[in-house]
Design a protein around this ligand. Sequence first.
Ligand code: BGC
Length: 824
Amino acid sequence: MCFDVEEVLGQLTIQEKISLVSGVDYWHTAPVHRLNVPSIRTSDGPNGIRGQHHFNSTPTAAIPVGTALGATWNKELLYKAGQLLEKEARAKGAGVVLGPTVNIQRIPNGGRGFESFSEDPLLSGELAASYIKGIQYDGVAACIKHFVGNDQENERFSSNSIISDRALREIYLKPFEIAIEKAKPLALMTSYNKVNGVHASENKILYSILREEWGWDGTVMSDWTGTYSTAEAINAGLDLEMPGPAKFRGVLLQHALLAKTVSLRALDERVKNVLRLVHRVQASQIPERAPETERNLPEDRKLLKELASEGIVLLKNEDNVLPLNRQKKVLVVGPNAPYAIYSGGGSALSTPYYYVSPLEAITSIVGDEKVVYDFGAYNHKYLPSLAQELFNGESNGTLIELFNEPPSVPGRTPFDTIQFKNINYFRMNDYTHPGLKSLRFYATLTSTFIPQHDGEYTFGIAVDGTANLYIDNELVIDNSTNQKLGESFYGSGTVEVYGKYQVKKGKSYALRIEFGSSATSNVSGNRTFSGGGGLRFGGLKIVPNPIETVLQKAKDYEQILVVTGLNHDHESEGSDRDDLKIPGESNKLIEALLEANADTVVVIQSGTPVEMPWASRVKALVHQSYGGMEGSNALADVLFGNSSPSGKLPITFPRRLEDTPSYINNTTQNGRVLYGEDIYVGYRYFDKVSRDVLFAFGHGLSYTSFELTGLVVNVNGDLLEASLTARNTGQLQGSVVVQLYIGKADSKGRPVKELKAFEKRSLKSGHEQLITFSVPLKTSTSYFDEEVQKWLSSAGEYNVIVGQSSDDVKSVTQAFTLHQSIVY
Ligand code: BGC
């Protein structure tokens, strides 16, 4: 039954009001059933809808991550991605999707950079707007995040992002501003960090910018455990503390009302905003506490493949080495080929309906007999999943039994039993069960291990809690005594502890892990998110000199393909990468193979840039950010020419980390991170200082070619209008991304050029289309003048540069003059 916000507000008791402004549990808002106010469910986001369980989550459609979506440069497709998320949110009973993430990849090594769309605020904002419109088309709410300045993971709860007003406005707030103006997200999540000295969740910009300036009337919630005060947060405009039970509301809020550090009026305003969100989400007609269901429909898979495909970037293709010839044999090499790396790690990670590795996808195109695989190099941070070699009965899997008592208690009986397909990684932070007596609990995990290789395997366990590994009852890993704190589980888990065991291929071994929850841990890390804790388990047969083995085979193959890069362990919430290197010996492997066969094709998978010291020698090079459930199929299609690549880099790939504008300020020092490069983020910096990059922002090739001609530019009232013709001059159908940049001719104090509009079009061979742009003058020419605290378009000449990348030598340019300065 529907409720009226004002009416309910008038009838709520103080206790009910206090309950409404904090979560009731990890994912839900509090209900007031006597007044027909239901509880609504939130769910991560942003590249899949995980539902209400980190642990044993319901499978879902894993869409490509932010940088993969960013690389599509396709607004229409992002709208469809949003619609798919909406359908998945319904299936998971969630009325609020915790996404999109629109922080900026200020540092290329940021642990969560993969979640955001782009280093460019316009590309990010426009794509976010389409994605939000898709999510919100029928009642579900999008929660844009993290507002603002959460552009690194290092010390994320406390780091003070020191950002000039100009950079804040032009770069970091801009994607939020665009998305709020164009798509009106119903909710917004504050970030963990401080912005210019004050935590975002109690910062005055929540009011002054969001409400007063932008006139936004949505609901502000904190990031999970990102509320740090009672009165300050309420008074600044933080409507909802998440998750529940609240740390800073409840009795503390009651006391604050008594002391009048929070007025009833301020509380009412927060309550009203929460009620408004619940009311709006009610339009979706998602039942309260709905059970989670699965979809996995053919039409969704088609869209997922399209999304993944359009985000694949062909970086180089000399001598048309690509596409590969499916009639010939191919030697596939590299640590990423046998795994389906569909997402980065952390809260964005979901359980997909299915997994397909690049190797499997390639095999399904060319057939078993034409593909040979050898891994060639390791690149893991934690040992990879052993899922293929673990069985529970006939099929792959592990049995998990949960107990209130430790293994030493004879005759204990499990209160919960779960079959898991893949125990590589799980978090029990939101685990609940009626049989659970306290947060100190235990689990026994059992599998039959049937190795695919003879010899010595290495196993690894990192744990938030305690865990021991036994094989045939022999203790192989003890990660219970002498534990050492590591980076795992957002800094609450241990380092990975290793153990070795000799096995025979095809023989069955009884594998058992005795796990104790977070409360049993002997290390004291950051337990903010721990709850029941978590386990990371993997294993591998480590082979000496894998490059040698590959080189032996390489001479028999005309076609060699390397698939390497990073994965969800390297790029994950809670920590940033130390450098831009591909870990392990992948670079050596690539160099050796290029020596053996100059046509070796290289695929790099990563959510953010990596260094490629061999880039000048490779002829065919593809970049794929984590592509969701259909990522590998899309990749195989591109490699074998079933589709023509059309992705464009949404982030600059620098040659070295040291070259990047944020390099000297890319981590927290003594509590603060200075955004010293100011507005010169990404290509704005490289352009300005004419510094060479590995691959420029907006770069990406195709199997066909395009020509842009006849640029006409015209100022019409308060609009800048531009038109030109895009023509497919190649032999195949393909998509062109037309990128419109504007720069002030006298670029003193301004970037050389900035992206102001873009359009993507699919064109058949020989076909052409007129592309028109109409961009408000404010967007095309203004900057934020700190002295007057206003946007200003200064009089003078501006260049409009239209090309197929930010460094397109064939770009077309026209100038226009703004005769009078305009202050907005
Ligand atoms: C992340 C958010 C996420 C939330 C809930 C936090 O750790 O920063 O992006 O939505 O957890 O999982």
